[in-house]
Design a protein. Structure first.
Length: 156
């Protein structure tokens, strides 16, 4: 069995936002305006297709000193992204809204140079109208992610 040694291409016609997202500490609301908290950052990709909910994909930068991990910031990070983009028109008069899929992504690690394949997880949350809470992770295969972002299948 061959192990995938490169990361999949996350480019897609449905990609509407590709940026580095920065937050403070673990993403808690009170930490965001406090300069004592460290900067955390990830690669943020947002995909939108006409008939699908928006897809928010937070990808680890795969480098040192990126602050709190996406996993440890999940609910705060999802809330901060929602607050920033909920009313921003991203494509075809569509805003992010509160109905989106949140995918956590850890690419193949360049730092430790191990042969671990990249990792994707769908993160589901409870929603109280103001913030996301109680994250739950479900693993996703690269092919499922590619299907969600309207990409072609990875060859086995």
């Amino acid at each position: 069995m061959t192990t995938q040694t490169t990361n999949i291409n996350l480019d897609s016609p449905s990609l509407v936002l590709d940026t580095i997202f920065v937050w403070k500490g673990a993403g808690h609301e009170l930490q965001q305006s406090n300069p004592k908290y460290w900067d955390s950052k990830c690669h943020l990709l947002i995909y939108q297709e006409y008939s699908m909910p928006s897809i928010v994909l937070c990808s680890d930068l795969d480098e040192q000193d990126t602050g709190t991990s996406i996993t440890n910031s999940a609910e705060g990070l999802a809330t901060l992204i929602w607050r920033k983009y909920q009313n921003t028109v991203l494509s075809a008069r569509r805003c992010l809204g509160d109905n989106f899929l949140f995918i956590e992504h850890y690419p193949r690690n360049k730092i430790s140079k191990n042969e671990e394949p990249e990792d994707f997880s769908l993160v589901q949350f409870n929603w109280d109208g103001q913030r996301f809470s109680q994250p739950r992770w479900s693993p996703l295969t690269p092919n499922i992610v590619l299907a969600l972002i309207q990409q072609h299948k990875v060859k086995d």
